[in-house]
Each structure stands twice: as C-alpha cells, then as structure tokens.
Design a protein around this ligand. Structure first.
Ligand code: PEP
Ligand code: MG
Length: 891
C-alpha cells in the first residue's frame, strides 16, 4: 500500500467524487495531524495542499536505519508535484518558488518530537524569487533568516542561542529594540552571518539544495520520535514506542504578509471552563509558531474575551470581521463534523483564511465534564459517548482541594489562569531540582521563565507551575492542563536570577526553596501556604457519575480504615468497604504501647493480657466504621503485616514500654531481636500470624462481631461484616482460621442474644492460592484479589524496592507500564482469571473483588470487567475514577 497520501488541491476534488482511500484518514497510518488535514480538505475547508508520509515508513526507517527507498522517493516526488500543480509554483524555482512547512504528527499529539520547519525551499536563489513575486524584499529575507534559524535548530541540531545572539547583536549595532525595526537590507546581512555561523558549526555550507533540505527535515522528524524528550513523554503517558510518527509537508501560507495577514490558535469552546464560546489567541502579521512560543503577547480572538480581560489590542472579531466570520463558520462545521471541541491552528494570508490543523482539544477535567454533559443536552452526542469521552484519570483534578476562598491571601502577583486547581510548595527554578525535591518527598512549584519540552519531567514532578512568559496556549499552559497540574503563566512580574538562584515576584525578593501557593483558577500567586477546601461534587460531575452508574455492571468499593476516609469515600460514591486494613489502627498513639506489649510478651498469657487492652479500642474503631458505612458491606481484614513493623526503634521507646509493662529494657530488646526476619514480606505475616498466635485473630474477630451487634442493635440497616483472611496459600490455613472466626461469632452471638449475617473469605495474593483456588473456595464465601502482593510474588519483585529499577524496565519496554500501578494482565492477570474460574467452579456464587492498588486503575478495571469480578475497591479519591472506568469497561 501507499506510503504517501496527498490532501487539498486536486485531491480534494477527487475526494468529493468519492475517490478517497480510508488509510489517508486513519490516524494510525497518517497520524492525527495528517488524518485531520485530509478530513478537513474533504469536507471542503480551506486547507493548503500537502502530503503525509505514513507512520509505517517511520517505523521501518527506525528499524532498518537504512536510506530511504526508491519507491518512497518516487512517491514523495509525485506528491510534491501534486502541491506544485495545486499552487502553481515549483519547488526550488528561482523565479517563483514553492515553499513548504514540514511537521511531525503522531497518532496522538506528542510534545518532545520535532515540531515544525517553516519556509523550507528557500535558498540564495529562491529568496530573490520570493522577493519578486511577493513584491516585498523585507518579507522574503525575514522568511529566509527564519528558515535558516529553524532548520539549523531542529534539523541540524545547532545551538539556537548562536543565532539569537547574532540577531541581538545586529539589533544593538543598529540601535534597534524590536525585530520589526530590521529592514530588508538588515535581514539580508543577517542571513549572510547566519550562513557563516552554520558553516562554522557544520563544517560545510548550509544546504542550498531544496531536495536535500526536504529529506533532511523528513529524516529529522523520524529521528525525533526516538529523542529522549519524546521517550519521557511516552512513558508518562503510556504511549507505545512502536507507533512512529507521520511527516506532514504542506504548502506555506503566510501570516506575516502585512497587516491583513495573521496567525492564530483557537478552541471551539473554552478549554479551561468548558463554556460554549470560542476561545483563542491571534497575532497580526506573524508567523506560525509566534503564538505558541510566547514571544509576543497574543491578542484575544473574540470581543468577549478581550473585554473580559480588559485588554487593549483589538480582537480578531473587531479587527478582521470578514476572516473572523469565516473562521466562526468553520468552527461550527468542525464541531458538527467531529462532534467534539476542536483545537485549531489557522493563518490569514492577505485576508484569506487557511486551516492548518484541527484536533480534538485538550481540556481541563472541569471542561471535559461540562462539555460532555452540555453536548448531550445539545443533542450532539449521547450519554454513552459522553461517558467514553471523559478520561477517568482526569477526574483526579476535580476531586482535589481548591483554595479556601475565605482564607487570607498574601498575593504577590496575578497572571493568566492557565490550568486550574491549587497547589503550594517550595520554589524550584529548574526541572532537575524539582524532580529531585519531589523524589525526596517535598511539594514543589516549578518556576520558569517559560517551559519547553525539556521541562516535562520537572512539570510532572511539580505540584504546580509558574511561568514568567507565555499565553494560554504556551507550552507550559498546554502541558500543565494535560497533566492536570495547576499553572499560572505569563506572570511578567516574576523575574528570575538563575545565577543567584533567587527571584523577585512583584515587589518581593524570594529565593529557591521559599514556599508559594498558586491558584490556577484565578491566576493568583501567593506567598506561603494558603489553606485548601474540599471539592464540589454536584453539578456536571454528579450528572456524569449518575450516567456512569447506570451503565456499569461492577460495584465500586473503597479501601478505607478511618471513619473520615469512609465518609469521604461514601461522598465519592463508594458502595462498601473492599479492604479495611486493621493494622493501620494499631499505630495510633493511644494503643501502640499495648500492641508492643502484645508482640514482645513472652507467652500466650502475656499476649492475651495486652490484647484485652486492645479489644475495646478495636471495637470502637469498628463501631464508627460500621456507622459510617451503614447498610453497606464491609470487608475487614485481620492482621497482616510482619509483627516487627510495630516494634520500638529508639531507646526512649523501649524505655517507655519497659516502664509500662514492668520488665527490663534489655529483656525487651532481646525479644525484639528474636523477631528479626531476613525477608519479612515472605515471613511471619498474614494468616501465619493467625495460625501461630490465634489469640490475635480471636480478639479482632470478637471486636468485629461485638461492634456489628452494637451498631445493628441501635436500629437502622444491619451491618454485614465480611471477615477476610490475608496471605492464605492453602485450604487448610483457611479451614483453621474460618473455624476460629465462626467459633468467636457464635460466642458473641450467644452472649448478646443476637445473630447476624456475616461472611468469611480470603485474599488471593499468592500464586499458590490462585492455583489452588478451587480447593480454597470450599472454605471461602468470597475472594478478594490482593494484586499488590500477587504482583510482588508472581514477578518476584519486591513492591518496596521496585522503585529503584522499574523505570528503566518501562523505558526499555520490558513491562509496558509499572506493574504495581497497572496490572500485568498478561502474566498476573492469568492468575486472577484462573483463580476466578476455579473458585467459581467450586462455589458458583463466590463473590469476587479486587483490593490491590489496581482497583483504582482504569486499564486494570477494564480487565476486571472482562474476568467478571463483582466489584473493584479503590482508595477514596479513586472511587469516582473507578465508577467511570467501570462504566467505560462495560460499554
Ligand atoms: C494486596 O496485597 O494487594 C493488598 C491489598 O494488601 P496489602 O497492600 O495490604 O498487602
Ligand atoms: Mg497484601
């Protein structure tokens, strides 16, 4: 099949006659940008003619590394001829040259790759032709110097600082301030200097052959797929390394041909709030990347936007009403066609509008929700589409706190609210430091003049981002919105001294490490830490969640062990507790002494004495939890971690314990030493504790049943405790411990003269348990997959140490994603589905759930749906994510 697809021009006429090839509009083949250009051309929008080289060519180029094939060269030559015919100019023609842009375009938009080369096809001869045909010497030489600058930077890999410096010196020598003061002769002289610089760096002249220029750019696009920045981005966004990028070559249109020309970026709806009005930025007499680069401050697209911002420079609506009206018509067509909010790039060349790109626009979670719900209301999409359209992980942005509006704010400055949400942290002035501090557990705000793709790792590590330059569509703004990081951009009151690592914000001197707070919704920057409040869960969020609940099959529970977490999770829609880790209650200050006394006791009698102190504490924990979860199922897991986790460490702790228990410190230390294990995660933990120290599980079971009886006797919905035994490997273990729980339940019911429904079940978190699930199911009413331990034991990778080596594993594609975050479906997944199957063979109505971290991960939830689990359980903040992901999985 073909490797090059043309669009626009004649191709458009062919398409209108129904002669189009579906591969041309398939993003996997022609990339997002290429596919949409083809589609726009087909629906009759003004698209400069061009062609796309497929992603398949990129993949094969990167695999074989060889030169381009003759077939490809021939296809490109004929596609170039297509552009030449459509435009009526020839590539490399000294009298009337065709100029092209070259851009990358992967299946999904992906910062980090080679971006754009404009004005390709200029050389010492064609520049004269451009001057003659445009009648504008200055424009021609300015275009040529831009080309050399861009090509040298992105294709030839030369330091762009060299060229910028030369430009600065040229202006200084002439006493100019702005680039606009440079005249034709000035640019011409600068071009000569640029060529000298390039030759000095390259060791050969700047390429004059236009075909060499073109193939150089194509090669650079392909190579950029494997640039480090692109790899980092792919890893953070789970984009496979084998997709490759397409190359788009397109006839140039010029936004810098005087006052009737312009360039801009726009959204068909507001990408920050989701409100249904056009939103965008434009610049008169400017070329392509000027808007995005944040070099000149852009003007507002609409009158409404300009007035709201009280900006002075006229909007496009006011300054170019005709081109604007055409743009508005295009917006409507695009939204109706794609049935989604579009993010577009356009150029106006001497009054005529040209579309350079459209794609479904990145949006904040808030905007995604609002648009999904609004579009259902407008009849543009249905509920199912709305559910599918919101990325579950994006909800995270909405579920986190915002600044308390009543708290005092020491506002340092205010700038563009580029990405919503609030954040506070220590100022870090570069991305490496931001990452380092974040790894050390600090909250960090990354403060930069402006960000570039080289800052992706720092932006990811930071809680929020502040930039001194750039508009709402600058790199920082776009990337921050995509990542869900609050961002304030274009804060011109921020000036940074990288040498001294200090900065001034407004009138205040600050230094790296000082704490500031950002409000990405208002654009305010504040000194110190401003208190936060909980998010609003009604409105569009509530509507979408209701739809999700309607379409999902699996239930969603929560992992919670405090009444506060339980209440929070219920607000988020949790339908029960899937995992209450009782050991968390053992660490509280008021009981750790008794826990330690129990662990270090010499014999059973000693342990029982200490456990008697713990019983009322645990009982009251459970009473509160059962109250908070009234009427919902609660899975309570008996003690799981190795006992040594509770041991005293410091001398004072030993002394305090010795005092309380009345034994010597030395004795206690010796007992603690005896508890040492070489490999505690595979040691004396989980149900092994219950087997060897049954009195611990007896106490816990008693606390659970006494609490359940107490809460049930208060009226209201009866509590249904589900007692869960951890780390079971054999049927016999469960048989013994189940008998223990049943016995305690019977005792409590006899004492209380009451009875209750309850269940005993087990976690499946060891490979042997998964394999023997058919046997184990004889003793269990439910299984809950503990995929944290199951991953650890199946992979033989310690969950506590994996952080040190897993990232390179993911980079190298050994695991596609961190298996502790997203279930290793191929491997560990087999254990899950096999256990589910064998368990249900024994007990058809065996209840199945998952309570590892994977229960809150959308891809893993998809897998749980396929296996037919009854529920997933996730931490409270992940509950809405799980509800939406479960609905998506079911659809
Ligand atoms: C698990 O192992 O998946 C689990 C939920 O238990 P924990 O994380 O407490 O070991
Ligand atoms: Mg576990």
């Amino acid at each position: 099949s073909k490797s090059v697809y043309t669009f626009g021009g004649l191709r458009q006429a062919q398409a209108e006659r129904g002669e189009s090839d579906p591969r041309a509009k398939d993003k996997t083949i022609t990339g997002g940008k290429g596919a949409n250009l083809a589609e726009m051309a087909e629906i009759g929008l003004p698209v400069p003619p061009g062609f796309t080289i497929t992603t398949e060519e990129c993949v094969s180029y990167l695999q074989h590394g060889a030169d381009f094939s003759d077939e490809l060269r021939a296809e490109v030559a004929s596609a170039l001829a297509h552009i030449e015919t459509a435009v009526g100019k020839k590539f490399g023609d000294a009298s009337d040259p065709l100029l092209v842009s070259v851009r990358s375009g992967a299946r999904v938009s992906m910062p980090g790759m080679m971006d754009t080369v404009l004005n390709l096809g200029l050389n010492d001869k064609t520049v004269e032709g451009l001057a003659a045909t445009s009648g504008d010497m200055r424009f021609a030489w300015d275009s040529y110097r831009r080309f050399i600058q861009m090509y040298s930077d992105v294709v030839l890999g030369l330091d762009h600082g060299l060229f910028e410096e030369a430009l600065e010196i040229a202006k200084e020598d002439r006493g100019y301030f702005a680039d606009t003061e440079m005249n034709a002769a000035d640019w011409q002289e600068l071009v000569a200097e640029f060529k000298v610089i390039a030759e000095g760096e390259l060791g050969h002249p700047f390429p004059q052959d236009v075909n060499e220029q073109l193939w150089g750019a194509i090669r650079a696009v392909f190579d950029s797929w494997d640039a480090d920045r692109a790899k980092v981005y792919r890893r953070l966004n789970n984009i496979p390394g084998d997709w490759g990028t397409a190359v788009n070559v397109q006839a140039m249109v010029f936004g810098n041909m005087g006052e009737t020309s312009a360039t801009g970026v726009a959204f068909t709806r507001d990408p920050a709030t989701g409100e249904s009005h056009y939103y965008g930025e434009w610049l008169v007499n400017a070329q392509g990347e000027d808007v995005v680069a944040g070099i000149r401050t852009p003007q507002y697209l609409t009158k409404r936007g300009r007035e709201a911002a009280r900006a002075e420079l006229p909007s496009m609506e006011e300054a170019m009403p005709e081109a604007y009206a055409e743009l508005a018509r295009v917006f409507d067509l695009l939204e109706k066609h794609y049935k989604d909010m579009q993010d577009i790039e356009f150029t106006v060349q001497q009054g005529k509008l040209w579309m350079l790109q459209t794609r479904s626009g990145k949006r904040t979670a808030k905007a995604a929700l609002k648009m999904a719900v609004d579009m259902v209301g407008e009849g543009l999409i249905d509920e199912v589409t709305a559910i599918k359209r919101v990325d579950p992980m994006a909800l995270d942005q909405l579920l986190h706190p915002t600044l308390d509006p009543d708290a005092p704010r020491d506002v340092l400055t205010s700038a563009l609210p580029a990405s919503p949400g609030a954040a506070n942290g220590k100022i870090a002035l570069d991305s490496d430091l931001a990452e380092r501090w974040a790894n050390e557990g600090d909250k960090v705000i990354l403060v930069r003049v402006e960000t570039s793709p080289e800052d992706i790792h720092g932006m990811h590590a930071a809680k929020g981002i502040l930039t001194a330059r750039g508009g709402m569509t600058s790199h920082a703004a776009v990337v921050a919105r995509g990542m869900g990081r609050p961002c304030v951009s274009g804060a011109s009151a921020v000036s940074i001294d990288m040498g001294a690592r200090t900065l001034r914000i407004g009138s205040r001197e600050m230094k790296e490490g000082d704490v500031i707070t950002l409000d990405g919704a208002s654009g305010e920057v504040m000194a110190g830490e401003v208190p936060m409040i909980e998010p609003e869960l009604a409105g569009d969020f509530g509507v979408l969640m209701e739809w999700a609940d309607k379409y999902r099959r699996m239930r969603v529970r929560t992992n919670a062990e405090t009444p506060a977490d339980c209440r929070m999770a219920r607000q988020f829609g949790a339908e029960g507790i899937g995992l209450c880790r009782t050991e968390h209650m053992f660490f509280d200050a008021d009981r750790i002494l008794a826990v330690r006394e129990m662990i270090l006791a010499d014999d059973e009698a000693g342990r029982r004495k200490a456990l008697a102190k713990l019983l009322p504490e645990q009982r009251s924990d459970f009473v509160e939890i059962f109250q908070a979860m009234a009427g919902l199922p609660c899975t309570i897991r008996l003690l799981d971690p190795p006992l040594h986790e509770f041991l005293p460490h410091r001398d004072e702790e030993f002394a305090e314990l010795a005092d309380a228990v009345g034994v010597g410190v030395d004795h206690l230390k010796r007992r603690a030493g005896e508890l040492h294990e070489f490999n505690p995660m595979l040691g004396h933990r989980g149900c092994r504790l219950g087997i060897t120290f049954p009195e611990i599980y007896e106490m816990q079971a008693r606390a659970i049943f006494e609490a359940a009886c107490e809460v049930t006797s208060q009226g209201g919905d009866p509590v249904v405790p589900e007692v869960m035994i951890p780390l079971v490997a054999t049927r016999k273990e469960l048989e013994i411990l189940r008998a223990l729980v049943d016995r305690v339940a019977a005792e409590v019911f006899a004492e209380k003269g009451a009875t209750l429904d309850y269940m005993v079940g087990t976690m499946i978190e060891l490979p042997r348990a998964a394999l023997m699930a058919g046997e184990i199911a004889h003793e269990a009413k439910f299984f809950s997959f503990g995929t944290n331990d199951l991953t650890q034991t199946a992979l033989g990778v310690s969950r506590d140490d994996a952080g040190r080596f897993l990232a390179p594993y993911v980079d190298k594609g050994i695991y596609e994603r961190d298996p502790f975050v997203s279930l290793d479906v191929d491997g560990v997944g087999q254990l899950v589905s096999l256990a589910a199957e064998r368990g249900r063979e024994t007990l058809p109505d065996l209840k199945l759930g998952i309570c590892g971290e994977h229960g809150g991960d959308p891809a893993s939830i998809q897998f749980c749906e396929e296996v037919g689990l009854d529920y997933v359980s996730a931490s409270p903040y992940r509950v809405p994510i799980a509800r939406l992901a479960a609905a998506q999985a079911a659809l």
